[in-house]
Each structure stands twice: as structure tokens, then as C-alpha cells.
Design a protein around this ligand. Sequence first.
Ligand SMILES: [Zn+2]
Length: 155
Amino acid sequence: MKCPKCNGTDSKVTDTRIVADHGSIRRRRKCNTCGYKFSTMEVYCKTELVVSKRNGMEEEFDPEKIVRGLQKAIRSDSASDRKIEIIMQNILRTIRDRYSPKISSENIGLIVMEELKQIDPIAYLRFASVYKNFHETNEFEQECKNLEQPSDQVI
Ligand SMILES: [Zn+2]
């Protein structure tokens, strides 16, 4: 990323924000050469990926939908944008590598939950309760228990 003032290529990210409406990432940078501060925007590319929905319809994959879901699930604090950024990178990589050119909406939900579980267990539960549309509290309680006992725990 070139500094607009001195063309230096060495800059440092001082702040990262997810822009809610577009699911895009805005970064504040500071040039390490001349100290000039500037902003950059990153927008998730819509891929060639097709999503098959439960009702049999297909639609174009839209990463912004996932970002909006994550924003609802993750408690907004100073770390939330960074969390979403990390999760989105992992999700998009997984989808691209394993599911291109077609993925079911169900699998997207599972991938999102898998990532959330590792980074923010509370947000994971919130997301899972909406996504899975739990009808029985038992099922939800079981999920809570599963979280309390991590499977990779050494006994
Ligand atoms: Zn500069």
C-alpha cells in the first residue's frame, strides 16, 4: 500500500473498522517514512460461488450477509471488528478451497459456527440459537454443555 504523499511502501495499520453497511473493512494507516496518515478500504469480492438454499433456490454468494450475521452475534467492543475480520478471512478461505463453485446455505452456517466457536464462544451460542432455530431447550442446553467441555481437553 503506497503512501499517497511520499509513495513510500512501508506503512503501519493504526486502526481497523468494519463498515456496517457494506461489510467492508476500513483501515487507518500511517506511513513509516513521512508519518502521513491515510485510510484504505477493502471490500470482499463477490465470488463466482453459488449458494443452494434449503428451498431449492440458488443465489449468488454474498459475504456481506455473513458479516451482518457476525455483527449481530458478536458483542460490539474494541475487539469485535478484528474478530470479524479474522473470522471472515478463515470462512472465505474454507469456502473457496473446499466448496467452490457451489455451497449449500446449511454448510455456510456450519462453517461460520465452527469459526465463531473458536474465537468467541458466547457469540457462537447466540449465532447457533438463531441459525439452528432451536425448538427444544434441551438441544440448546446440550450445546452449552459441549462448550463447557472442549473436545480437545487433555484429561
Ligand atoms: Zn509517506
